[in-house]
Design a binder for this molecule. Structure first.
Ligand SMILES: NC(=O)C1=CN([C@@H]2O[C@H](COP(=O)(O)OP(=O)(O)OC[C@H]3O[C@@H](n4cnc5c(N)ncnc54)[C@H](OP(=O)(O)O)[C@@H]3O)[C@@H](O)[C@H]2O)C=CC1
Ligand SMILES: Cc1cn([C@H]2C[C@H](O)[C@@H](COP(=O)(O)OP(=O)(O)O[C@H]3O[C@@H](C)C(=O)[C@@H](O)[C@H]3O)O2)c(=O)[nH]c1=O
Length: 297
């Protein structure tokens, strides 16, 4: 496996972009149309041609509300495509790192979720991701599933960018303050994935790696807390600071019901892989600095 390329799937996305920008040697990033879970034959061709030593699947249907209206599309991207990929990887003995979400939980536990807690998704997106996890684990015994949460970055569409754009245009923003989770920098998650890849390349595969591991930013907050933090960082860099009103979930109706409290306990990530992600507050500051320096990234 040492010296073999790492195939990253989902090239245009936040996480794959972060991985690609790490300049790690041996990374090969593919996305649509070359590798499209809606066309399984493209997955066969990509695996055959890339001959990777490790695959990282960072592709997914991530439009949470839109998934409610296209169940089949979400299932293809989040369950059937990843399952097909896992079967191909299993047949060739290629370890697979797949990324999943805190939205597999309903958010009613009242404490951080551990990997063994039962899933109970409230949305089509969450259900398709939970079924994807199980479909992968059923066919591949060298699959690492990293459940992350609330991903933001200087690349692509995400909540932090949305808040900075909204704050530049509006004197008052309204943001839900009763949903809690772990904001996660795509750059930090990419670093964790590359560290895991290094461990596998250096020491070989260990059975303890397999299965689900939670991998989110340290610390937690609400969407309101995240918005205020990002906007305060922007204000320090010269942007106007809007008023950010904390509202309830009922005040911001959405087609898909988000979990109330989907905090993830990431102890296993440290115990098994020796990795801990930085605190969300520090990483938001870094991301806002990059975003304001290069708003089109
Ligand atoms: N964003 C978040 O807040 C969170 C994300 N996650 C998980 O982290 C992972 C990475 O997310 P993130 O980087 O934010 O995702 P993005 O939404 O930024 O990117 C998704 C990528 O998946 C690709 N894609 C979508 N559908 C298909 C398909 N049918 N076949 C092939 N590629 C497809 C997109 O391609 P195209 O550009 O062509 O549409 C895009 O490259 C995902 O597994 C996601 O579920 C987990 C928790 C939070
Ligand atoms: C834009 C906006 C959103 N909100 C609310 C709506 C929602 O409850 C919450 C988050 O909004 P978003 O729709 O941006 O985020 P959402 O799409 O729910 O984010 C999720 O994406 C998927 C892919 C995941 O896997 C999750 O971990 C999570 O990151 O904030 C406001 O209150 N005010 C606003 O101005």
């Amino acid at each position: 496996m040492v010296g073999c390329p790492i195939l990253v799937i989902g090239r245009s996305g936040q996480l794959a972009t972060a991985l690609g920008r790490s300049n790690s040697p041996g990374l090969h990033c593919l996305g649509r149309p070359d590798l499209d879970f809606d066309r399984p034959e493209t997955v066969d061709t990509a695996i055959a041609e890339a001959a990777p030593g490790l695959v990282v699947n960072a592709a997914a249907w991530t439009a949470v509300d839109a998934a409610e209206d296209d169940v089949a599309g979400a299932e293809r991207a989040n369950r059937d495509g990843p399952a097909h990929l896992a079967r191909l990887c299993a047949a060739r003995g290629i370890p697979l790192i797949h990324v999943s979400t805190d939205y597999v939980f309903d958010g009613t536990k009242g404490a951080p979720y551990v990997e063994t807690d039962p899933t109970s998704p409230r949305t089509v997106y969450g259900r398709s991701k939970a079924e994807g996890e199980q479909a992968i684990l059923a066919v591949h015994d060298r699959a690492i599933i990293l459940r992350t949460a609330w991903v933001y970055s200087p690349y692509g569409r995400n909540f932090v960018r949305t808040m900075l754009n909204a704050g530049a245009k509006n004197p008052v923003l309204r943001v839900v303050g009763d949903q809690r989770g772990n904001p996660t920098s795509a750059d930090d998650l990419a670093g964790a994935i590359l560290s895991i890849a290094d461990t596998i390349a250096r020491d070989g595969w260990r059975d303890a790696f397999a299965g689900i591991t939670h991998a989110a930013g340290s610390g937690d907050t609400t969407w309101h807390g995240l918005a205020v933090a990002a906007l305060q960082d922007a204000a320090r860099l010269g942007r106007p600071m809007p008023v950010v009103e904390a509202i309830t979930t009922a005040d911001w109706p959405t087609p898909a019901a988000r979990p109330q409290d989907s905090r993830l306990d990431c102890t296993r990530l440290h115990d098994v892989f020796g990795v801990r992600l930085p605190h969300w507050r520090d990483s938001v500051a870094r991301t806002v600095t990059t975003l304001l320096a290069n708003p089109a990234a």
